[in-house]
Design a protein around this ligand. Structure first.
Ligand SMILES: [Zn+2]
Ligand SMILES: [Zn+2]
Length: 265
């Protein structure tokens, strides 16, 4: 049985847990170590079971506590060579990852503790941003956050997975009518920022396959989205191709400031 929990999702901090009786990993560490420990414990999971971390990119909402976690627990930290270079310079991680650095190569499988994972590049305005395809003892996840566009790689790896963690950052109308300054709106929309509900709905129409059982929407904006709007847009997109949410596939919006429920597969 594989367990999945989102401990926090959005610009206030990102951290996700996948584990089973053999091992467990975190994807990103953008909330404090004590919060990670506390939220895991709420689900009966000990922090000590976490054996390694996969990093998507060097924005602070993804790496805030990566340095202190690595220092305290000596966890292997997987990231590309370029990203590790950036982490060496970042004030959150500078000098704190020694002994923990594990370098990945884009589109090359890596294996640790029986978990097979492949990082793939996504367009985003960080040093280098990756999504992950993760084969966790036979349960397959594709993890995509902070992506400015849906690429062929994204489609390829999502089609290989039964469980998607997929960004639905903003509703286009809410962003356009909202109070963000024009240059920030452009940064979000121009292809190296974030995915809108509409982009995600279009992508999922292409990605959907019979073995897809769960879509988790992540990194929802607090100002330019709501869980109901994101859910409805994606559910409507899927219904356009005859896919019924709740019957053919489960759809969940991951909460921003708290843990999700514990999902088991
Ligand atoms: Zn982010
Ligand atoms: Zn980012």
């Amino acid at each position: 049985m594989v367990k999945f929990v989102s401990l926090s999702s959005g610009s206030n901090g990102n951290c996700y847990y996948i584990g089973n009786e053999h091992t467990a990993l975190l994807i990103d560490a953008g909330i404090g170590p004590r919060t990670i420990k506390k939220r895991l414990l709420e689900h009966g999971i000990s922090m000590e079971t976490v054996e390694f971390v996969l990093v998507t990119h060097d924005h602070i909402d993804h790496i805030k506590s990566l340095g202190s976690l690595a220092e305290r627990l000596h966890l292997p930290v997987y990231a590309s060579e370029k990203l590790h270079g950036a982490l060496e310079r970042h004030f959150c991680t500078r000098g704190k990852l020694s002994g923990c650095i594990r370098k990945t190569i884009l589109d090359r499988p890596c294996e640790y503790k029986g978990v097979r994972f492949i990082p793939f590049e996504v367009p985003h305005d960080a040093t280098e941003t990756v999504g992950y395809y993760i084969d966790f003892y036979g349960t397959k996840f594709t993890f995509l956050t902070d992506a400015g566009a849906v690429t062929e790689s994204v489609i390829k790896y999502c089609k290989m997975s039964g469980h998607l963690i997929f960004e639905a950052n903003y509703d286009l109308n809410m962003l356009l009518r909202g109070s963000y300054p024009p240059d920030l709106k452009i940064r979000i929309m121009e292809g190296h920022g974030h995915l809108s509900n509409e982009q995600t709905a279009s992508a999922l129409k292409i990605i959907y396959h019979r073995d897809l059982s769960h879509i988790f929407l992540c990194h929802l904006s607090e100002n330019n989205n709501t869980p109901a709007v994101a859910y409805d847009t994606i559910a409507k997109g899927l219904s356009d191709i005859g896919v019924k949410v709740g019957t053919d596939v489960a759809l969940t919006c991951l909460p921003r400031r708290q843990s999700s429920q514990l999902f088991t597969f």
